[in-house]
Design a protein around this ligand. Structure first.
Ligand code: ATR
Length: 287
């Protein structure tokens, strides 16, 4: 591509940013769709988020992604915030508007699209969700707002699961999230579940870690979705597969959160063909 006086810049702020795959997503899309845009990662030191957002706006950046650890902190620097992002309490995408940036959360819609592309439904499903941290909280919110049956929220610390369940049930007005401890899976109703792994357990290099080891747990899972994508197959996924279920990693969630951000910045709709071409490029980093 040629950078010239009309090139628009988008970027990523976070710390660290060295291993991000987001430039692969956005620069591949820009090239395929013929947009004069580049996407660059920016390392932002602790305490400098508001400076970074102001600077980005002053430099005429069209949009930004926000990653760990700034997804909540960045909210104070926004001109406006989308309702979904506000309810989740986390923003991963900034879109330039008159006078400042508007914040969105495309992670959750990204997860929804990723699951949809694998034929996984949330509507009417009874779901086991592992974890009650920032990521799992957002997933609980997504499930409750997309019409899940029940969401059994299993967490090591029961109090955290309770807090998330109360909050999500209150905001969505759907009394579907049920807090439990990890070993209470033995008390789940006798049926098969969709399970979403929303903790950081099993993330590279701790590839032999998993939140629940017991095979009896995995025998209750027809489909397992891990938000982690490094390693390519987590131990959670392996145990789901060994016990007869289908398992997916989080790379398509990363793909679609990026695609939705790209659509917001450029006012276009990305085709499935282009999405899959990007996915193949991302996959090449793993397998
Ligand atoms: P994130 O924002 O990525 O979700 P987080 O807010 O630190 O990260 O949440 C981490 C999640 O992983 C929590 O649900 C945590 O359980 P606790 O609430 O009990 O802390 C879970 N987690 C982390 N290490 C764990 C471990 N060794 N066993 C079980 N759960 C663990």
């Amino acid at each position: 591509m040629t950078i010239d006086g009309r090139t628009r810049t988008c970027g990523l702020i976070g710390n660290p940013v060295e291993h991000t795959l987001s430039p692969v997503i956005h620069n591949t899309l820009a090239e395929r769709l013929g947009h004069n845009m580049v996407y660059v990662p920016f390392l932002v030191e602790e305490g400098r988020v508001s400076d970074a957002v102001k600077g980005a706006y002053a430099l005429n950046l069209q949009g930004m992604n926000v990653t760990i650890p700034y997804k909540s902190e960045v909210i104070d620097s926004l001109k406006d915030i989308d309702t979904l992002a506000e309810n989740i309490g986390a923003v991963n995408t900034l879109v330039r508007t008159e006078g400042g940036y508007k914040g969105y959360n495309t992670d959750m819609e990204g997860l929804y699209r990723a699951m949809d592309s694998e034929g996984i439904r949330i509507e009417g499903e009874d779901i086991i969700l592992l974890g009650a941290g920032g990521a799992a909280r957002a997933v609980a919110y997504l499930c409750a707002s997309k019409g899940a049956g029940k969401v059994y929220l299993l967490n090591r610390t029961l109090q955290k699961a309770r807090t998330v369940a109360e909050e999500v049930n209150r905001t969505t007005g759907a009394e579907v999230v049920i807090p439990m401890t990890l070993d209470e899976y033995t008390r789940l109703p006798e049926r098969q579940f969709l399970a979403i792994q929303g903790t950081s357990v099993g993330l590279y290099p701790h590839v032999e870690d998993v939140v629940i080891e017991d095979r009896a747990f995995y025998q209750r899972i027809h489909t397992g979705f891990d938000l982690i994508y490094s390693p390519w197959e987590t131990k959670f996924m392996r145990l789901v597969r060994e016990n007869g279920g289908a398992a997916f990693n989080g790379l398509k969630m990363l793909l679609y959160q990026g695609i939705i951000a790209y659509e917001l910045w450029n006012g276009v709709k990305v085709s499935e063909e282009d999405a899959m071409a990007v996915y193949e490029k991302m996959k090449a980093h793993f397998v």
